[in-house]
Design a protein around this ligand. Structure first.
Ligand code: BES
Ligand code: MN
Ligand code: ZN
Length: 495
């Protein structure tokens, strides 16, 4: 799909479909009023007919409107003009794209940008629109024998803005397209089943990305991890016949060798729980347990596309978590790379085990900040649902940067406390630390565990268990938090 920013007046527009806004008050939006004048009141007549109520999510497709060059005019309900928030916008635009993608129109012009989304600017509104379009266009069933495109005919979408907004809108468009490319990569990897997307496959994808954008990529093998003493990561990998990988991709956008942002993504390509086996229901969804890793690769794709002047290292510890005669057992004690011993009380709390060694290892990059991204706890889904990513950090300024980035791109996070008071839940009688903290505050104690390995730098943890994928009828990877991470890095790069 080709997206462009234009300011062509409706009278000169020749797109196969014009999308225009109507309100639930029964009024036309300012752009729609211009078209109404061209059509000598035809649109107002349609509105008073009552076939569209103007609520956000309502649509009405009209053909051959008198006085209009375009063959189709799509009325898009925007709800109430003074309550045009992100939720209303998203349902309006989703409905708009559904009709456009099903129609036979090969081009569309959206006259929907008379006003920005409430409490945001036009750049945000453009970004949301493009992210939404690309999400709707994403084909989840790539492994079906006959995969069909979502839009069979539509090739071009023009977003029509006031000429005063042209430059800002173009920047937003470019950034949103890069985010969408990154989110698509994350969605694609996330949706792949465990039998395809193995640690080796992830390593190959990282190498392919590195090759495409001329980045440096290192892959550490089992023997390298043994030399480094990564006893925690290796313990998780024991039950699987797939070899573990530790992937590092270096994006060097700032030639001045400034300290990098290190992104660490959990790359469990399938989490059966290990000997602490998970129940059967919905276990297939544990193929998504590498969504953190996928978001790291997606974000690298986005920032490399934008050529951001910043240094970033993407790190992915990856293995499977399966039960087997060789598998690590509850009660086993392992020594992490940091030297701290860990009593593995539940083999299903494996994410923190692979992350802790990766987090110790990344200190060698002398990071400015480290952000890890992980589908870490079911408790986070209970606490925050599918709306907000859980955020925990040992640094307030870093936490605020991430919260702000999430707001700016509507890929939001919510901070939970990382108070020392929770740390004692991890006490073990036999090792320095246990790998579980009991039922209370499961997301926080998971982060407490990680905090023991991140004392030497500024660090934040994003728990994406509730936001990385959708269950049920719409089952599929969301590509989150690629927009949040990309915006965070755009802000840091001052771009
Ligand atoms: N990958 C899961 C977390 C998860 C569970 C994400 C459900 C999304 C939905 C993680 O490895 C895990 O199993 N966590 C355990 C930790 C517990 C044993 C302390 C959990 O959340 O139940
Ligand atoms: Mn698990
Ligand atoms: Zn897991």
């Amino acid at each position: 799909m080709e997206f462009s920013i234009k300011n062509t007046p409706p009278s000169k527009q020749r797109a196969a479909c014009l999308a225009i806004g109507v309100y639930d008050s029964g009024e036309l939006s300012p752009s729609a009023q211009i078209l109404d004048t061209l059509s000598e009141g035809y649109l107002n007549k349609i509105l008073s007919g009552g076939d569209i109520d103007g609520k956000a999510g309502s649509t009405l497709l009209l053909h051959h409107v008198p006085g209009i060059n375009s063959e189709r005019v799509l009325l898009v309900g925007l709800g109430s003009a003074d309550k045009l928030d992100t939720k209303a916008w998203n349902s309006a635009l989703t409905a708009c794209f559904n009709v456009l993608f099903k129609s036979a129109a090969n081009s569309a012009a959206l006259y929907l940008f008379d006003q920005p989304i409430k409490q945001h600017d036009m750049a945000f509104t453009i970004e949301q629109t493009i992210l939404l379009a690309r999400q709707s266009l994403f084909v989840a069933g790539k492994l079906k024998s006959k995969a069909e495109p979502v839009a069979k005919h539509l090739k071009k979408i023009a977003l029509i803005v006031d000429s005063a907004e042209q430059t800002a809108a173009e920047t937003a468009c470019q950034q949103a397209l890069a985010m969408a490319d990154g989110a698509d990569l994350a969605r694609e990897l996330g949706n792949l089943p465990g039998n395809v997307c193995t640690p080796t496959y992830l390593a190959k994808q990282a190498e392919a990305l590195a090759k495409e954008f001329e980045l440096k990529c290192d892959i550490l093998e089992r023997k390298d991890m043994e030399k480094l003493g990564m006893g925690a990561l290796l313990a998780v990998a024991r039950g699987s016949s797939q070899p573990p990988k530790l992937i590092a991709v270096h994006y060097q956008g700032d030639k001045k060798n400034t300290a990098p942002v290190v992104l660490v993504g959990k790359g469990i390509t399938f989490d059966a729980g290990g000997i602490s086996l998970k129940p059967a229901a919905e276990m297939d969804e544990m193929k998504y347990d590498m969504s953190g890793a996928a978001s790291v690769l997606g974000t690298l794709r986005a920032i490399a596309t934008l050529k951001l002047p910043i240094n970033v290292v993407g790190v992915i510890p990856s293995c499977e978590n399966l039960p087997d005669g060789q598998a690590v057992k509850p009660g086993d004690i392992v020594t992490s790379m940091s030297g701290q011993t860990i009593e593995i009380l539940n083999t299903d709390a494996e994410g923190r085990l692979i992350l802790c060694d990766a987090l110790t290892w990344v200190d060698k990059f002398k990071p400015d900040v480290v952000v890890d991204i992980a589908t870490l706890t079911g408790a986070c889904v209970i606490a925050l649902g599918h709306q907000a990513t859980g955020l925990l950090a040992n640094d307030d300024a870093l936490a605020d940067e991430l919260l702000t980035a999430g707001q700016q791109t509507h890929d939001r996070a919510w901070r939970l406390p990382l108070w020392d008071d929770y740390q004692s839940q991890l006490d073990s009688n036999f090792a320095d630390i246990g790998n579980i903290g009991g039922r209370p505050a499961g997301t926080i104690t998971a982060a407490c565990f990680l905090s023991r390995f991140t004392k030497d730098y500024r660090w934040a943890h994003l728990d994406i268990a509730g936001t990385a994928w959708k269950s049920g009828k719409e089952k599929g990877s969301t590509g989150r938090p690629v927009p949040l991470l990309t915006r965070f890095l755009i802000n840091r790069a001052g771009a």
